[in-house]
Design a binder for this molecule. Structure first.
Ligand SMILES: [Mg+2]
Length: 98
C-alpha cells in the first residue's frame, strides 16, 4: 500500500476514481491560478511562492490518490511514459504523438 493510500485509509479520504479525477481537475485549476499570479500572468519569470508550492502539492496528492484508487503504479507509469517519449524523440525529434 502506498503512503498516500495509507494516509487516505487512515483519515477516511478514499474517493471513487471519478470524483478523485474531479478533485484533480479542481486542484490543477488552483495550481494554474497560482502560476499565473507567480508570473504576473506570464509577464515575468515564475516566482516559487509558498502558495505555488502548496498547490503543486495538492495536485501531486490528488494525482497519486487517483493512481492508488485505479491500481496504477505511478513510478511504473512514469517510466513507461519516459520510454515512450524517448523513443519518439529519438525517431522524429518530437515528443508529441502524430
Ligand atoms: Mg488546492
Amino acid at each position: 500500500m502506498s503512503r498516500v493510500s495509507e494516509f487516505n485509509d487512515e483519515y477516511g479520504l478514499e474517493l471513487d476514481p471519478e470524483r478523485r479525477m474531479l478533485d484533480l481537475e479542481s486542484e490543477t485549476g488552483e495550481l494554474a491560478k497560482e502560476l499565473l499570479e507567480a508570473s504576473d500572468y506570464g509577464t515575468r519569470e515564475v516566482e516559487t511562492t509558498p502558495e505555488l508550492v502548496a498547490e503543486f502539492g495538492d495536485v501531486y496528492y490528488a494525482l497519486l490518490s487517483l493512481a492508488a484508487e485505479c491500481g496504477i503504479d505511478p513510478e511504473g507509469s512514469l517510466e513507461a511514459s519516459l520510454a515512450k517519449y524517448r523513443e519518439r524523440l529519438d525517431a522524429s525529434g518530437s515528443a508529441g504523438s502524430s
